[in-house]
Design a protein around this ligand. Structure first.
Ligand code: CA
Length: 259
């Protein structure tokens, strides 16, 4: 079964922050969708998140024409070609952020999370670093596809903290992996077989710190048959109505049966 993907995205500074350090990209021709959440003083977070998104878009575009699609990064034979391309694109984005910091000492401390999705046929490759997330909404149910690279999530996985304790923990914003962090970055990649009617959500933590998974699910159920733009608007509006403590970015993509 082949599917056709329609997508929309929204980003908003929220109700507290003076500027928006999130970036997103929708490249419908290449079926590439990316959300990045930058960090660093003096608006350097914006520089990092935009650099990540632009690097990934360029790498994916070039990889279509190249035989050695992931060069100079390793090729994982357990993953499909486009999953390898997306993974290499994220690794290159990390190298680009690090090089920018090396060239200009003022940028020291900047970094960004990223979650990206590249669709080929009916397979969505999802890659992420940090606490930006991907979810699948299938048959009315929302399921998280990514594990946050955060200190609190590691404690939850290890059984030391409960989900509730993690939610309000003072260290909940500490990410353990980011582009621009350690010299090597480990990128998590997963492959999802899309069914017609499935919706994927990519988002920054400005959404998930304001709404829990059940609340996001309820928003998506409300608009299940409606057009995606309304759903993007509704999620951003809901995050802001609950306080909008952070920049919020959502990208929604829906798989439709190709006729
Ligand atoms: Ca954020």
């Amino acid at each position: 079964m082949t599917v056709r993907v329609v997508a929309c995205g929204r980003t908003d500074a929220g109700r507290v922050r003076s500027h928006n350090e999130d970036s997103f990209e929708i490249d419908e021709d290449r079926e590439l969708y990316v959300v990045a959440d930058g960090m660093g003083g003096h608006s350097h977070g914006e520089v990092a998140s935009r650099m990540a998104v632009d690097t990934i878009r360029r790498f994916v575009a070039e990889a279509e024409r190249e035989h050695d699609a992931t060069w100079p990064f390793a090729y994982d034979p357990d993953l499909q070609r486009h999953s390898n391309v997306l993974k290499a694109a994220v690794q290159l984005a990390h190298d680009q952020v690090l090089s920018a910091i090396r060239r200009d000492g003022n940028l020291f401390g900047m970094g960004t999370t990223v979650v990206g999705c590249l669709v080929r046929g009916d397979t969505a490759a999802v890659a992420h670093v940090g606490d930006s997330r991907a979810y699948r909404f299938h048959d009315g149910e929302l399921r998280l596809l990514t594990q946050d690279h955060t200190w609190v999530n590691e404690q939850v996985v290890a059984g030391i903290l409960s989900e509730e304790q993690a939610r309000d923990h003072p260290l909940k914003n500490v990410v353990t992996r980011a582009l621009g962090g350690d010299s090597e970055v480990q990128v998590d990649v997963t492959e999802i077989a899309l069914d017609p009617g499935d919706t994927l959500l990519l988002c920054s933590d400005g959404l998930t710190t304001m709404l829990d998974d059940r609340e996001i699910e309820a928003e998506l159920q409300k608009i299940a048959d409606g057009e995606l733009n309304g759903a993007c608007e509704a999620l951003v509006k809901e995050a802001n109505s609950r306080g909008g403590h952070d920049n919020v970015t959502v990208v929604l993509l829906r798989a439709e049966a190709e006729d």
